[in-house]
Each structure stands twice: as structure tokens, then as C-alpha cells.
Ligand binder design. Structure first.
Ligand SMILES: Cc1cc2nc3c(=O)[nH]c(=O)nc-3n(C[C@H](O)[C@H](O)[C@H](O)COP(=O)(O)OP(=O)(O)OC[C@H]3O[C@@H](n4cnc5c(N)ncnc54)[C@H](O)[C@@H]3O)c2cc1C
Length: 340
């Protein structure tokens, strides 16, 4: 295991902004994680965890020690009846995990295919897509307490999972590193096609009784058609969360904008489509401070070439204030801002 100084992170964030780590290391085993803590402690350095860099906005320099989990390990821990418990190392690529589980007949994750990033980061914002969230499949999360150097296991129900959020994105952000996750999957080939666009695409393809593989392939195809490819157009996926407003506010907006997608929630509030709000303000394709809003998808900020983290945040501020003025709705940034 190596500790390096002044390392470029340009290839380690999907927005492709220029950024450098003051100190950097890759970790795979428990011993690596502990060595990283010891290195940081002995030099008085703070630790920043960086997975695939697909949900971050990086400033020009990340001070302290940037720890990057690597390696891939997917193990069957236990099978009981139709239930399988699968242990996965933090550095494993999420999309690889989804596809391997499907090939092995461990079902449930199909709707979450093609989400970039690492398995260690997946619980952090409770990744979700096409009607499914990872929280439904997390049995437990294995963590390392960065201050006490102790490994422990946290049950799913104690992780504070919510829409694009968990305690790992909030109060536990500086406390725990996720070193592995345990998933509860099923050998029963049940599928979730409740998400309207997915159901429609399956119908259009004549797949009346879709298999998990059909769902995986259909979701992958929809995503490929809809979202800009990070290898061609650097971006960090959805830059804003879908805002949640009171039921009255949603009704008021719906009366003014009949095409506004409104998703009622069980507590009486409603989730709005941030993409619609941004597009309605005419900002799709808009560029500012070296950063742009995708021509294809209003939720996605793209780096046309030389964008900086600060530039992306300046554009995001502009979008947020424009939407606030137009609709009285407060947008919230989805990626984690580091060193900017
Ligand atoms: C094109 C594109 C499409 C996307 N689509 C979706 C989508 O459909 N649904 C969705 O939910 N997200 C989506 N995302 C966002 C992103 O892919 C996920 O949030 C992903 O889980 C981030 O993983 P990462 O390894 O890249 O994390 P990073 O971006 O490296 O880190 C994100 C946060 O997690 C923390 N972190 C990283 N590793 C660990 C660890 N081992 N332990 C503790 N904390 C850690 C970091 O410190 C940081 O705070 C998309 C992103 C892109 C670029």
C-alpha cells in the first residue's frame, strides 16, 4: 500500500474537474484501512473518502488524506430458502455487482443497473432509480469508525435511509467509512415494473411477463438513451434532488402548470420533478462560469471542457435562485461538495 502526495483527481471524478489531493492512498483490506487512519493521525491529517467520484463536486485542492477504496469482492454469505445474503467489498463497482448478481440468479437489483460509482458509496445517498432504492436490499453495512479504529456492523434499519439520504451523508459523514455491505437478495425472479416509464418501455418491447434480465436490459437502454455518457460528456448525474413541497403548494403549482409532474407522498406532501422546473425556466443548455446544463437533461450539469468545481457551484446557485423566483421552490444540490 502506497501513500502519495499531490495526486491529480481529474480522472477520479466523473465531472472531470481539475483537483488535486494533498495526500492519497488506495485501500482494499482491513489492514489497509487501519494503515490509512494511522498515516493520517500521525500527521494530523483529516480523511476524505472518495469512491468513483460520481456524486461529488471537487474544489481545486483536497487537503488531508484522500482515501480511495479499491478491489472487488462479491461473496455469497448465506442462502436460506429463496433468500440470499451477499457480502460485497466497498471498492467493488456498483454496476458490475448488479450484473453479476443477475447472472448468478440473485435478483432484486436490476432497476439499479448502470448507476456509476462504488458499492461503498451506494448506501451513502441510498441510491435509487426506476422505482427502487438500495435501502430495500441492504441487510447491514460494515463500517470502520475513523476515530476509534473499530470495525462494526450497522443494521439497515439504523442507517437513517431516506430519499437520496442516510446518516452516512449527514451526521455520520466524518465518522464512518463503509468497508463493505451485506445485501439480501432473492432467487425468486420477481420484478418491479411499477415505475411508469419502465412499464411503458417493457410494454412497447412486447415484454408482458418480463424476466429480471429483461428489466435490467430495459433500464440500461433507457438510461443510455436519456443520460449523457460520462466518458463523452463529463457530468455527475442528477445535480439537484427532486424537491418536496407541501400538498397545497403542489396543488397551487399544478393549477398554474398542468404538465408539472407531481408525485403525492404518504404524509400529504408532494415530490416535484426538478427537471421540469429547470426546463420551464428556459435554462436547459445554458452555460455559466465554464459549466453547462445538459442539452439533453435539465437536471444534469456538464463540464464542456475546463469547468472547475467552483464554476459548477456558481451555475448551480444561478439555477436554484431562478427556480426559487419562478416557482417559490427551493432546490437542493445532490452531489457532495468537497474542498470547494
Ligand atoms: C451519469 C450518472 C448517473 C447517476 N445516476 C444515479 C441514479 O440513477 N441514482 C442515484 O441514486 N445516483 C445516481 N448517480 C450518483 C452516483 O452515481 C451515486 O451516488 C453513487 O453511489 C456514488 O458512488 P461513488 O463511488 O462515485 O461515490 P463518490 O462520488 O466518490 O462519493 C460520494 C459520497 O460518498 C462518500 N463515500 C464514498 N465512498 C465511501 C465509503 N466507502 N464509505 C463512506 N462514505 C463514502 C464520499 O465521501 C462522498 O461523500 C449518478 C451519477 C452519474 C454520474
Amino acid at each position: 500500500m502506497q501513500f502519495e502526495r499531490d495526486v491529480s483527481l481529474e480522472g477520479l471524478n466523473t465531472l472531470g474537474v481539475m483537483s488535486r489531493a494533498e495526500n492519497f492512498c488506495r485501500v482494499e483490506s482491513d489492514a489497509d484501512w487501519l494503515a490509512a487512519i494511522d498515516y493520517a493521525n500521525s500527521r494530523g491529517l483529516g480523511i476524505t473518502l472518495l469512491g468513483g467520484g460520481s456524486n461529488v463536486v471537487l474544489g481545486e485542492q483536497l487537503r488531508g488524506l484522500v482515501v480511495h477504496p479499491v478491489g472487488d469482492e462479491i461473496d455469497l454469505f448465506e442462502q436460506r430458502g429463496d433468500d440470499v445474503l451477499v457480502d460485497v467489498l466497498a471498492g467493488t463497482e456498483w454496476d458490475t455487482l448488479v450484473r453479476i448478481c443477475n447472472q448468478r440468479g440473485w435478483f432484486g437489483l436490476e432497476n439499479l443497473v448502470s448507476i456509476p460509482g462504488s458499492c461503498g458509496a451506494a448506501p451513502v445517498q441510498n441510491i435509487g432509480a426506476y422505482g427502487v432504492e438500495i435501502a430495500e436490499f441492504i441487510e447491514s453495512v460494515r463500517v470502520l469508525d475513523l476515530s476509534t479504529r473499530e470495525f462494526s456492523v450497522i443494521k439497515s434499519q439504523d442507517c437513517g435511509f431516506a430519499y437520496r439520504c442516510s446518516y452516512f451523508k449527514g451526521p455520520w459523514r466524518a465518522r464512518y467509512a463503509i468497508v463493505g455491505i451485506r445485501l439480501r437478495l432473492s432467487t425468486t425472479p420477481a420484478v418491479n415494473t411499477s415505475y411508469a416509464a419502465l412499464g411503458q418501455a417493457l410494454d412497447n418491447a412486447g415484454l408482458c411477463e418480463p424476466t429480471p434480465e429483461d428489466v435490467l436490459n430495459t433500464v440500461a437502454a433507457i438510461r443510455a438513451a436519456k443520460l449523457p455518457d460520462v466518458r463523452r460528456v463529463p457530468n455527475s448525474g442528477s445535480f439537484f434532488k427532486n424537491p418536496i413541497v407541501s400538498g397545497e403548494h403542489a396543488q397551487h403549482l399544478k393549477a398554474q402548470y398542468p404538465y408539472l409532474p407531481v408525485y403525492p407522498l404518504s404524509d400529504g406532501r408532494a415530490k416535484l420533478a426538478a427537471a421540469y422546473l429547470i426546463e420551464a425556466t428556459g435554462l436547459k443548455g445554458y452555460q455559466h462560469a465554464g459549466c453547462g446544463i445538459s442539452e439533453d437533461h435539465a437536471l444534469v450539469l456538464v463540464n464542456p471542457g475546463q469547468a472547475t468545481g467552483a464554476g459548477c457551484l456558481a451555475l448551480a446557485e444561478h439555477v436554484m435562485s431562478t427556480v426559487q423566483s419562478a416557482f417559490g421552490v427551493t432546490l437542493e444540490i445532490e452531489p457532495v461538495v468537497m474542498g470547494a
